[in-house]
Design a protein around this ligand. Structure first.
Ligand SMILES: Cc1cc2nc3c(=O)[nH]c(=O)nc-3n(C[C@H](O)[C@H](O)[C@H](O)COP(=O)(O)OP(=O)(O)OC[C@H]3O[C@@H](n4cnc5c(N)ncnc54)[C@H](O)[C@@H]3O)c2cc1C
Length: 404
C-alpha cells in the first residue's frame, strides 16, 4: 500500500503510547502524534496522579517490555480493604488467598511515561511526531487522511488505520462522526499524596463516604496516594483548605486506620464523567482509551480496561499486518472487546450509584452486601479475577506470550 504509515496513533498518553510499544515488534510503519513532550510539566496523561495497575496489566506491561523500568517504583497491593463510613461492614481481599504475588501495583503516571516512551524512541519502525497535533481527519474506504500541525506548518499524512487515543474529550471522535453518551457524576476527584503515622503495609483502602468513594493507595516511602471524590459544588472549598484543614477533614472521612495523617502534598482535581463512544470502530479508525470509554476512577479500572483493549488490538493487528484497518480486522477487534468493556463500565457505574444512594434501605442493604461478600470466598474469587483483569478471553500479551 502507498500510505505514509500503516498506522497513526493520535495521542501518545498512557494508552496510545502503550499501544505503540506493544506494536513495536510487528512489521508495521507507525507514527505517534502527541501534543506534549512526555516530560513536559503540562503533559495531561503522565501527570501527578498514580494509577492502580491490576496484576493482569502488570503481565501486559511486562510482555511489552516496560515493567522492568516500572517495577522499582511500583508498590505492590497485598490487600484491598473495603469499608463504608459510619457502617460496620468490612471486606478484605488478600493476594495470598488469590494465589498471586500482588493484587495490583500503585505506579505514578510519570513513571509509566518514563518507562514506555524510551521503547518508542528506540523502535526503528516508529516515528514520533511531537509536539504536534492531529487537527483533522478524512476517511475513505482505503485510507485515513490526517492534517497534522507540526512546527509552523500543517502536514498531510495518510495511513491504513487511525487510532484515536486523544482522551475523553476526543476531538477526533467528533471528527469521525461518532457520538458519545456523557453522564455527569457531578463529582470531582481530588487527588493528592499523604504521609501517615502508621505504615500502610501494602493495603489499598476503598472507603465509601457520604460524599463519594475515597481511595487511599500504598506508595513507596510509606506514603499513600489519595483519590477523594467530592461533590462538584464543594470542590473549590476543598481545594481552598490549607494543609491542616485538609488533613483534618480527610481524617474525619478515612478514620485512624493508618494513624494520624501527618503531611499532605499539593492537591489537584478532576471532574468525573462516564463517557461512552457509541462506536469504537469506524472505517479505517479505532477509538481507544478514554476516547472510547472514560470511567469513574472508583475501583481503578479505566487504564486497566484500556490496556486489555491495547493487548487485544495489538494481537488483532498482528493477524492483519497486510491490511491494518480493513473491515475484517475492525470487526474482529470490536467483537472481542465488547463484553469486557460492557461489564467493567456497568460494574464501575453501578458501584458509584449504589454507594452514593442516600436512601436508608439502600444503605442498609449495601452494608449487608459487604458483610455477605466477606463471608463468601467464591464471590471474592470471582470479583478478584475480574478486577485483576484475569477473566474472559485473555489476549496473548495478557498471558505473557509475545506477539512474535
Ligand atoms: C483521578 C483519576 C484516577 C485514576 N486512577 C486510575 C487507576 O487507579 N487505575 C486505572 O486503571 N485507571 C485510573 N484512571 C483512569 C486513567 O487515568 C485513564 O484510563 C487513562 O489516563 C486514559 O489514558 P488515555 O491515553 O486514553 O487518555 P489521556 O490520558 O487523556 O491521554 C490523551 C493524550 O492525547 C494527547 N492528545 C489530545 N489531543 C490530541 C491531538 N489532537 N493530537 C495529538 N495528541 C493529542 C494528550 O496530550 C494526551 O497525552 C484514573 C483517572 C482519574 C481521573
Amino acid at each position: 500500500m502507498s500510505w505514509d504509515y500503516d498506522l497513526v496513533i493520535a495521542g501518545g498518553g498512557m494508552v496510545g503510547a502503550s499501544l505503540a510499544a506493544a506494536l513495536a515488534p510487528l512489521d508495521l510503519r507507525i507514527a505517534v502524534v502527541e501534543t506534549h513532550l512526555p516530560d513536559a510539566a503540562e503533559q495531561p496523561s503522565f501527570d501527578e496522579r498514580s494509577t492502580a495497575v491490576a496484576y493482569g496489566s502488570r503481565v501486559i506491561l511486562e510482555t511489552i517490555g516496560c515493567w522492568e523500568a516500572i517495577s522499582p517504583h511500583a508498590t505492590p497491593i497485598d490487600t484491598i480493604h473495603i469499608s463504608e463510613r459510619g457502617r460496620p461492614g468490612i471486606s478484605r481481599i488478600a493476594a495470598r488467598e488469590q494465589g498471586v504475588p500482588a493484587l495490583g501495583y500503585v505506579v505514578p503516571n510519570r513513571v509509566i511515561g518514563h518507562a514506555v516512551w524510551p521503547l518508542l524512541e528506540s523502535a526503528s519502525n516508529i516515528e514520533l511526531l511531537t509536539p504536534a497535533s492531529v487537527e483533522g481527519v478524512e476517511i475513505d474506504a482505503g485510507e485515513a487522511v490526517l492534517s497534522v500541525a507540526i512546527g509552523d506548518g500543517i502536514r498531510r499524512i495518510t495511513a491504513g488505520l487511525l487510532i484515536a487515543a486523544d482522551g475523553a474529550r476526543s476531538r477526533l471522535r467528533e471528527a469521525l462522526g461518532v457520538d458519545a453518551s456523557v453522564s455527569d457524576y457531578r463529582q470531582n476527584a481530588v487527588v493528592t499524596t499523604i504521609a501517615t503515622a502508621r505504615p500502610h503495609r501494602n493495603t489499598a483502602y476503598e472507603r465509601f463516604t457520604d460524599t463519594g468513594p475515597l481511595a487511599v493507595l500504598p506508595l513507596d516511602d510509606d506514603r499513600c496516594s489519595v483519590v477523594w471524590t467530592v461533590a462538584r459544588e464543594t470542590c473549590d472549598t476543598v481545594l481552598g483548605w490549607d494543609d491542616d484543614a485538609f488533613m483534618a477533614k480527610l481524617q474525619e472521612q478515612f478514620g485512624f486506620r493508618l494513624g494520624e495523617i501527618e503531611r499532605v502534598a499539593r492537591r489537584a482535581a478532576y471532574p468525573l464523567y462516564l463517557v461512552q463512544a457509541q462506536q469504537q470502530t469506524r472505517p479505517r479508525a479505532v477509538l481507544l482509551g478514554n476516547a472510547a470509554h472514560g470511567l469513574h476512577p472508583v475501583a481503578g479500572q479505566g487504564f486497566n480496561l484500556s490496556l486489555r483493549d491495547v493487548a487485544a488490538l495489538a494481537e488483532t493487528l498482528a493477524e492483519h499486518v497486510d491490511d491494518p484497518g480493513g473491515p475484517r480486522m475492525l470487526a474482529q477487534y470490536d467483537d472481542w472487546r465488547r463484553a469486557d468493556q460492557k461489564k467493567v463500565i456497568a460494574f464501575t457505574d453501578g458501584l458509584v450509584r449504589l454507594f452514593t444512594n442516600p436512601l436508608a434501605p439502600v444503605r442498609g442493604a449495601r452494608n449487608a452486601g459487604l458483610i455477605m461478600f466477606e463471608l463468601l470466598p467464591g464471590a471474592k474469587r470471582l470479583f478478584a479475577r475480574h478486577t485483576m483483569g484475569r477473566a474472559g478471553k485473555l489476549p496473548r500479551l495478557a498471558r505473557g506470550v509475545p506477539l512474535v
